[in-house]
Design a protein around this ligand. Structure first.
Ligand code: AKB
Length: 336
């Protein structure tokens, strides 16, 4: 008999590590994790880990002979800055990879005769504001506002949200086949800040990089202007939001894609928070024209009213709690 499991792609990445740690702690689920990298040592034994590529369809064919997947958390992606250096590769990984996973979910749901829940983290990169006055005016964007991404990563995320919606509502709508049952759910995340990992390849990375550099006593040159403002969220809240949406009854959901957010900070305000805890931190501002353009196109805040209304989303960490209770104590412990 095949073993029931939850598949997590991109499991060795920032969100992946935190999610594996959280879900495996209950001991309730069998986790099958997939990544190009091995899992960090502290998570060894928490999942059955496979080093592999989401573009490798033969690998999926082998996996389903052993496992019955009832949920897929599809986290693997190339982030925004990295994607601008290799847009075609980003498209391959972010779009074709997602298509492979949706196809896998469709096949699994047909075999099981039951829905497969498909969790997909999207991003503020799905938005594209035209200029700074508009960004200041439309501070808290709603899900359907300004869906004009300027990056390959943002285009990929927005399109994959649509693909998820197609697979869950209209897949093979004219064919006489067994209906698939994909229960696609997505959150649009702000910039995430983890105490345990440093992001790489993203454009919101200046926040966490500033903090991790300060904790290690290293100077940091911030690649955006002081006034650059985007929303952020501490990693534990990101995980809780994914899990709350995962657990929510379908009947409570009025849409497939939800904004979630915690707090908005300018880069100068972020620096002030860092210096409150690390007064010696040496932070300078040397904006990079291209990365600045990306951050300027992202919203200053997200309107997450629908997530709050439909499935009770509520962040636990505001700015002060994020820094005082989660980020700083854990970062200090990690580097000392
Ligand atoms: C990035 O900067 O690319 C990501 C994101 C905002 O999705 N952190």
């Amino acid at each position: 008999m095949r073993k029931k499991a939850i598949l997590i792609t991109g499991a060795a990445g920032e969100i992946g590590q935190a999610l594996v740690e959280y879900i495996s702690t209950s001991g309730e689920y069998t986790l099958l994790t997939l990544d190009l990298q091995k899992m960090p040592e502290r998570l060894n034994g928490r999942s059955h880990h496979i080093i592999g590529d989401i573009l490798d369809q033969k690998l999926f064919a082998r996996l389903v002979t052993e496992y019955e997947l009832d949920t897929i958390f599809h986290l693997a992606a190339l982030l925004s800055t990295r994607s601008e250096f290799s847009p075609e590769l980003a498209h391959q990984v972010n779009v074709n990879g997602t298509l492979n996973l949706l196809q896998l979910a469709a096949d699994q749901s047909q075999q099981r005769g039951k829905p497969v829940r498909f969790m997909f983290p999207s991003s503020i990169a799905a938005y594209g504001l035209p200029d700074l006055p508009t960004k200041a005016r439309d501070f808290y964007v709603r899900e359907w506002d300004w869906n004009y991404p300027t990056t390959m990563y943002g285009c990929n995320k927005l399109y994959c949200e649509q693909l998820g919606s197609y697979y869950s509502q209209n897949y093979q709508q004219l064919a006489e086949t067994i209906p698939t049952m994909i229960d696609f759910r997505s959150v649009r995340f702000p910039g995430l800040i983890s105490a345990l990992t440093v992001p790489s390849g993203g454009t919101s990375d200046y926040g966490p990089e500033m903090l991790h550099a300060a904790a290690q006593g290293q100077p940091y040159r911030c690649f955006v202007r002081e006034d650059s403002t985007i929303p952020f969220m501490a990693m534990p809240d990101a995980i809780v939001s994914l899990l709350r949406l995962w657990e929510a009854p379908r009947s409570a959901l009025s849409r497939l894609v939800y904004n979630v957010t915690s707090f908005s900070l300018s880069a100068a305000e972020f620096m002030a928070e860092v210096q409150r805890h690390f007064p010696q931190a040496q932070i300078s501002f040397e904006p990079d024209h291209h990365r600045q353009g990306i951050v300027d196109s992202w919203p200053a805040g997200l309107n997450d009213k629908l997530a709050r209304q439909d499935w009770g989303w509520q962040p636990e960490y505001d700015v002060a709690r994020a820094f005082d209770d989660y980020l700083v104590p854990n970062i200090r412990q990690m580097y000392h």
